[in-house]
Design a protein around this ligand. Structure first.
Ligand SMILES: Cc1cc2nc3c(=O)[nH]c(=O)nc-3n(C[C@H](O)[C@H](O)[C@H](O)COP(=O)(O)O)c2cc1C
Length: 211
């Protein structure tokens, strides 16, 4: 709450990150009662500073390892506490069988990058169908090409974040992705990507679970 008061005048948005796998106990804050209490206090702090510091959107960042039942509860609470959006998702504690280095796969910590694309995109779609347009989603996890960004948008993301791919491909990747998205728009004769946000959500969520 103190950080909100301190940074509200300069922050573009706040992320309520209850999903890092590296801080012991943090993910427990995704449990209903704890999350509801936390969001209530954060929203309250934001309201207190709004008059002087202006509006800072509050975004809730979740783990891709939630069960669908847990996701039901998280989205319900996020909607009732009126957050401005959700960031889907953080790194995963799971280890896909497709990982080539099975020794490294056993290391502790969250897995990011391309191996996370499928699971995190599924979580975007699952979150999208539960939000019913209440707020936008920021899709993150394994985006390293325009095609991967498009998958996230079609799953339900209105905005995209990337992290791991910037390490491998550098900042020029952002321009490459934007160029790819633009050519997709031109090829399909659309004016805006907003038209396809969530277009695949129903199909993706009908696929077998767990991923
Ligand atoms: C080294 C590293 C540090 C990270 N630190 C944070 C963090 O402090 N807060 C946070 O919300 N997410 C953190 N993340 C998660 C990323 O923001 C992102 O959600 C995740 O890596 C999936 O995206 P990517 O596949 O594009 O990397 C971190 C990820 C990595 C790999």
């Amino acid at each position: 709450m103190r950080l909100i008061e301190l940074f509200a005048p300069v922050a573009s948005y706040f992320t309520i990150n209850v999903s890092s796998p590296n801080t012991p106990g943090l993910r427990d804050l995704q449990q209903s009662a704890a999350l509801d209490d936390l969001l209530a206090r954060v929203v309250d702090a934001r309201e207190r500073v709004r008059k002087n510091a202006g509006d800072s959107p509050l975004l809730l960042k979740i783990a891709p390892d939630l069960t669908l039942q847990e996701l039901d509860d998280v989205v319900h609470i996020a909607r009732s506490r009126r957050v401005d959006g959700m960031i889907v998702a953080n790194t995963t504690l799971s280890r896909p069988e497709t990982l080539r280095d099975q020794v490294r796969a056993k290391e502790a910590g969250g897995l990011s990058g391309r191996p996370l694309l499928r699971l995190s995109t599924r979580m975007v779609a699952e979150t999208y169908v539960r939000t019913e347009g209440a707020f936008p989603l920021i899709g993150v996890g394994g985006v390293d090409t325009g095609g991967a960004a498009l998958m996230k948008i079609r799953a339900g993301a209105s905005l995209i974040q990337l992290y791991s791919s910037l390490i491998y491909k550098g900042l020029g990747l952002v321009d490459d992705i934007k160029t790819d998205l633009l050519s997709t728009l031109r090829r399909t004769g659309r004016d805006s990507l907003a038209e396809i946000v969530g277009a695949d959500a129903a199909t993706i969520t009908a696929e077998p679970w767990p991923v």
